[in-house]
Ligand binder design. Sequence first.
Ligand code: HEC
Length: 127
Amino acid sequence: MGNFVELRFTSSPVHIFIVGFVMMAALACSGCNSAQNSDLTPEQRQLRTGKELFDKSCSPCHGAHGNGMGARSGPSLQRTEYRYGSGPAEIYTSISAGRNGGMPPFSSIYTADQIEALVQYTLYLRQ
Ligand code: HEC
């Protein structure tokens, strides 16, 4: 008898309505997420890429957010004046070709776009 009641309930129009509503909500939510992603400007997306690469490859030496407190030697990147120049072109060369005092070259590890994202993130760290 209990089974019979349950069966009747699961196939009731109310139940179908609830299932439909939950599915619609799930669909609406996934739409929401992708809308949020495409809401980012190209600059914001580039900074996000730069931060991901920085956290992985640079923070061990330069510290979190380039604060100079990394486990290995790397100067703070939050200074306004850089030893090898503070403009985007000089920073690009520092990252791409490396510097004699222990900065490794990244030109064979990252694409030009990825290095550009790292340059923009480095500039952002100084603000
Ligand atoms: C193995 C440790 C190490 C890693 C990894 C590393 N750096 Fe460096 N970096 C250094 C050191 C040491 C210097 C100082 C070089 C010098 O003064 O000649 C430096 C210098 C620099 C400079 C030039 C600073 C100036 O004053 O001109 C920039 C820009 C820089 N690094 C960015 C980065 C970025 C971005 C990454 C990640 C892609 C990175 N570094 C990864 C150790 C590291």
